[in-house]
Design a protein around this ligand. Structure first.
Ligand code: ADP
Ligand code: MG
Length: 403
């Protein structure tokens, strides 16, 4: 697989138009202000290196889930400004993806200059399931460049026009961010230092249950909090009230519990839960036994006893992978479990453990709670992509770069 670094070393990039697929999918508040610019910062080194090599850099990315048509609230315009600030040089913003604005923005680039195209998902071709439709859009993107660099780790598990199809049409290379991400994740699948603990939580329960079967083959301990824990508690026969529950996954989870016992993998579930009357910071809330959640309450965080137990299971770990907040951390009354786990990871890191945080909300959580990126081994920019990698799945955006 050719790397962007190889291209730069080769010295032939000056004046070349390089299309870079980055992951700039950042959270925005209702005023359009970026609330966590981690993904923009993570994208800067590759863009900067290409620019310094004299390339005319055409960055493309998506934001949120628009339905194949322009929608002002998903515009990448605020991201173009932030990217310019971080690069220390203005970024030309094209107000479309492959139209008039994009063509003139690219034509106007001098050597070393950078343009950002509008949200790729404003075009239905980006995510189409129809190969021909996707290929058509990729063909239009390809006319804007001479070379393609794939650096959006958060999307490499997607067979999308700007991730997959465009690599079939242009000479291509893998960017430094994707390389780093894959190298770190490889250390979680090969020659892992033990004890290896995996912490899972968050709200995308059905997406994440699948990874458990695979993680049990390598991990020594599985700590389950967040929305996911209620399907486990239910599988053990407990009432979970109005908490997040994937009722149709209870049998699957029962299977996991049995498998864990056979493999000698420890599964640690919360023993106490912060419950509330509603999904709101103002709702009346209290701590209850995890095995007696009242029918009219919903669990919104792991309780203090559980948080202490989780921290203890992380204290001597040599390798930790964490995906998914322990509670609805965006609301202060339900942030304590996530905070304690983040502290435990930071401590493990300072004792030399390899700690990896994956997932957009998990990364945003640790930053919102006041941690620095440097307190952890690695904060992945891709949640779904990192989980699919750990599941052992082939990621289309990576395999296509091998060809
Ligand atoms: P990530 O983006 O890190 O992969 P997810 O998207 O799966 O994580 O989940 C993040 C969301 O999960 C957060 O917005 C948080 O509020 C929510 N969450 C965590 N625990 C609970 C819970 N017990 N009930 C409802 N939502 C929860
Ligand atoms: Mg998320």
């Amino acid at each position: 697989m050719k790397t962007a670094h190889d291209l730069i070393q080769g010295g032939a990039l000056r004046g070349q138009r390089v299309l870079v697929r980055s992951d700039l999918n950042v959270p925005l508040d209702s005023e359009g202000t970026i609330t966590d610019d981690g993904r923009v910062r993570a994208s800067v080194p590759t863009i900067k290196a290409l620019s310094e090599a004299g390339a005319r850099v055409v960055v493309c990315a998506h934001l949120g889930r628009p339905k194949g048509a322009p929608e002002a609230r998903y515009s990448l315009a605020p991201v173009a400004r932030r990217l310019g600030e971080l690069l220390g040089t203005p970024v030309t913003f094209a107000t479309d993806t492959v139209g008039e604005s994009a063509r003139s923005a690219v034509a106007g680039l001098g050597d070393g200059q950078v343009a950002l195209l509008e949200n790729l998902r404003f075009n239905p071709g980006e995510t189409s399931k129809d190969d021909a439709v996707r290929g058509g859009f990729a063909g239009e993107l390809a006319t804007l460049a001479d070379v393609f660099v794939s650096d959006g780790f958060g999307v490499v598990h997607r067979r999308q026009a700007s991730v997959y199809d465009v690599a079939l049409l242009l000479p291509h290379a893998v960017g430094g961010l994707v390389q780093t991400e894959v190298e770190v994740l490889r250390r979680l699948t090969e020659s892992v230092e033990r004890p290896y603990a995996v912490v899972l939580g968050g709200a995308k329960v059905s997406d994440k249950l699948g990874v458990i079967a695979n993680l049990m083959q390598t991990a020594d301990r599985l700590l389950i909090g967040g929305g996911m824990s209620f399907t486990f508690l239910a599988a053990q026969g407990h009432e979970v009230g109005k908490s997040l529950l994937e009722a149709d996954q209870i049998d699957v989870v029962k299977g996991y519990l049995a498998q864990a016992e056979e493999l000698g993998v420890e599964i640690i579930l919360p023993t106490d839960i912060v419950v509330a009357t509603a999904f709101s910071a103002e709702a009346e809330h209290s701590v209850v036994d995890a095995h007696s959640i009242p029918a009219d309450r919903m669990g919104l965080d792991i309780g203090p006893e559980s948080a202490r137990a989780f921290a203890a299971k992380l204290a001597d770990a040599r390798t930790v992978f964490w995906n998914g907040p322990m509670g609805a951390f965006e609301m202060a009354p339900y942030a304590a479990g996530t905070l304690v786990v983040a502290q435990a990871l930071a401590e493990a890191t300072s004792k030399g453990a390899l700690t990896v945080i994956g997932g957009g909300d998990s990364a945003a959580a640790v930053r919102q709670l006041g941690f620095e990126d440097s307190q952890f081994g690695h904060i992945s920019t891709g949640g779904g992509a990192s989980l699919e990698y750990l599941e052992g799945k082939a990621l289309p955006g990576l395999t296509v770069l091998e060809g």
